[in-house]
Design a protein around this ligand. Sequence first.
Ligand code: HEM
Length: 520
Amino acid sequence: MASELTKKVYTREEVAKHRTVNNLWIILDGVVYDLTKFATLHPGGVSVLTDEEIAGQDATEAFFALHRQEVLKKPQYARLRIGVIDGYSSAGQAPAIVDGLSLVPYAEPTWLRKGFYSPYFSENHRRFQIAVRKFVDDVIFPDAQAREDDGKRPSQAVFDAMAEVNLIAMRMGPGKHLEGRVLMNGIVKPEEFDQFHELIIWQELGRLHARGYSDGLGTGTCIGLPPVLVFGSPELKAAILPDILNGKKFICLAVTEAFAGSDVAGIKCRASRTKGGWIVNGTKKWITNGSFADYFTVACRSDDGKVVVLVVTRGEGVTTKLIKTAYSTAAGTSYITFDNVFVPDLYHVGPGRDGLQVVLSNFNHERWVIISASVAWQRIVTEECLKYVTQRKVFGNTLGSQAVVRSKLAAMISRVEAAQQWLENITYQMSNMTYAEQANELAGPIAFCKLFATTSAQDTARDAVQVFGGRGITKSGMGKFIEHYHRTLLIDSIGGGAEDVMGDLGVRQALRKMPKSARL
Ligand code: HEM
């Protein structure tokens, strides 16, 4: 908010008189700052501020070559403003964000770009997107940045706010679980909520720049609950669904083990038959949200060697331990031990079904979620790079004037555009196929798309670090989001199935479907 002080008007000549360490003013974007008290506290040192090209001068270009603009919005720095320069008008500066959308080229997918068209998204999707972006920016982003750093799980207040607009339920996709709920303050009716609304949610959440936190924000529910929704009995749903969808309780998916990662068939966690239920013994590893989950959707091996899926409730015999990974412990990644845990028959997911199929069919949605968020994240990393090469000068010119830098941008943009178009096509197929059809038809395409998205992400991370140089490996300052991206993005290459496994799965499915008569 503009104070009385910042309404004062100075000429450039007046500002130029304040150019010593004891009396130091500068101009940034037409605003006058008094740095006298701040100079000795400046993280970049005093000497850079008393430099004759900076002190008492317009330092806009030098400043933005070295800082992110949000530095100036921090209250402790905003109060250094003492006035504006004669003739200054903020109206003269064209905004870089209009209607909540970035005007940086390629910063938004085509369906959100002015002058472009989409066969998939409607006016309702756009209204929904505006509301979700605002919610993510206002409610989730501040908590995400704080928790990513301190490693604590996302605040309950955020889950409560998400539940209030039914964001937790919507992240489970379209379906019966939305019936009777008011979605995003009524912007979309439950029966109209489709796969593209869900895509919007995941892509907006992909903008958080906090990968561990993003997973902490109930990813466990998004992958642990679908088996219950699809294959669970009405009694099981009635017992656990309301509290989970209302953000009061948490569930996670416990499939991977130290013994078997992507190899689901190799799991050892044991479920033995007993009167009225099962006794579970074994361990699980890399379980997202496991450290705070109340329920665990566990893939176990029964005495006859088959896979059974059981919902275990936290209680006696269940121990969870945080695992430190490349990203924040806000994700609640854990190692779990089950020691003689009784699970009643009611909590058996899909009795009479092959548990392996229950687990495998669940992977499609999980992988699609990973692709959606990964592509959105790549896009904002590309936007970060486009901004940086425009404002950062080296060898007397902007970084963007270097052909080698432009070639990296070309590759980044091409990859993210290709991934988004493919993702939208797959989303459209999902919208039109039943769960069973998806399991049959889409496992291969989704696996390939995930492989493409996550290898693209790694290429883009490497390119972005090269563009940002030292700042790309520094946890604060201009390149902080690039550093975070480069350090944490491999979770997407591994989670939901490692890249090599994805490629192999897709090809094996294709080979199985080859017509016998196909000949050269
Ligand atoms: C209102 C004025 C200014 C404020 C509030 C400010 C604040 C900061 C802050 C918070 C940092 C730590 C890094 C970051 O978070 O971005 C920093 C670093 C730095 N600042 Fe400033 N600064 C100001 C003006 C300037 C000016 C005019 C220069 C001119 C050259 C300058 C040069 C530097 C340098 C060289 C660094 C170290 C950058 C790095 O490590 O990459 N600062 N400044």
